[in-house]
Design a binder for this molecule. Structure first.
Ligand SMILES: [Zn+2]
Length: 271
């Protein structure tokens, strides 16, 4: 599943290639993905120019010159592919831009979403309005994170992955950030004090930014906007490293299941 670093990588790729580009043609091959596609989608998009590409959590937001925003979510298996040949039966939507650039939305499992929404009211969109804080925004600091955690009587890792609190900290990045701050994933969220919260906020940002710098994680069937593969999985310290020595103390990394998700940690270093 594309995570925040992958989506941010795609956003940057799209912004670099397509900001200001005019949509010349749309080919739509399905009426619905996870939800019905907007009515008259092609008619509403053809002739429009993109103004900018933003991101909220894992939603890509392409603002258009008519005051509307095209919202894209890649679901479980979605990919956006720039140029290259057609991608077969799972290519559900094709954008043709002036100058010849082609953008293909490919989504075998069809959990993705496409919508059009007024740009000035994006915060009211049903998929966006309940979302928590952006960990890469400047306001994400110790006080904010501790405030979110201090009332949560749940495992710290589960709280970090709760999209109503903080968006985009998926399973991989929660595991990696907790190891970097030497915090146990099983510790109750409300036991994290101000100093640990400051280090944890920094660790979350660092692990996400490191993944973005490597072009995302690319675990399986995923290609980023320029068609290259990300390589952050080579830098995992604990994720999917059960039994391998802890990079800090040498003890074997443990794997447990916490709230249904595979959890990797060092029981000596992480408290
Ligand atoms: Zn250790």
């Amino acid at each position: 599943m594309p995570e925040l670093p992958e989506v941010e990588t795609i956003r940057r790729g799209l912004a670099a290639r397509l900001t200001g580009a005019r949509i010349e043609g749309i080919e739509q091959r399905r009426a619905a993905l996870r939800f019905p596609l907007p009515e008259r989608l092609a008619a509403r998009l053809v002739g429009r120019r993109t103004v900018g590409f933003d991101r909220r959590a894992k939603y890509l937001l392409a603002s258009l010159d008519d005051g509307w925003t095209l919202l894209l979510h890649l679901g479980m298996s979605g990919r956006l592919v720039l140029d290259g040949p057609p991608r077969g039966p799972h290519e559900h939507l094709t954008f043709r831009f002036a100058g010849g650039t082609v953008l293909r939305l490919v989504d075998p499992r069809r959990f993705g979403a496409v919508d059009l929404w007024p740009s000035g009211r994006l915060g009211e969109h049903p998929l966006l309005r309940g979302l928590g804080f952006e960990p890469l925004e400047p306001g994400f600091d110790a006080a904010l994170l501790q405030g979110l955690l201090q009332v949560r009587r749940v495992a710290l890792k589960s709280a970090l992955m709760d999209q109503r609190l903080v968006v985009g900290v998926g399973n991989i990045y929660a595991n990696e950030a907790l190891f970097r701050d030497r915090l146990s994933p099983r510790r109750l969220a409300l036991t994290v004090g101000p100093e640990r919260a400051a280090r944890l906020a920094r660790a979350i940002r660092e692990v996400l930014e490191a993944a973005i710098a490597k072009g995302g994680t690319t675990l399986r069937d995923y290609v980023q906007a320029n068609g290259e593969l990300g390589s952050f999985q080579n830098d995992f310290l604990v994720y999917e490293r059960e039994g391998e020595p802890c990079p800090a103390c040498g003890r074997p990394i443990r794997r447990i299941v916490l709230a249904g998700r595979a959890t990797y940690f060092c029981s000596r270093c992480q408290r």
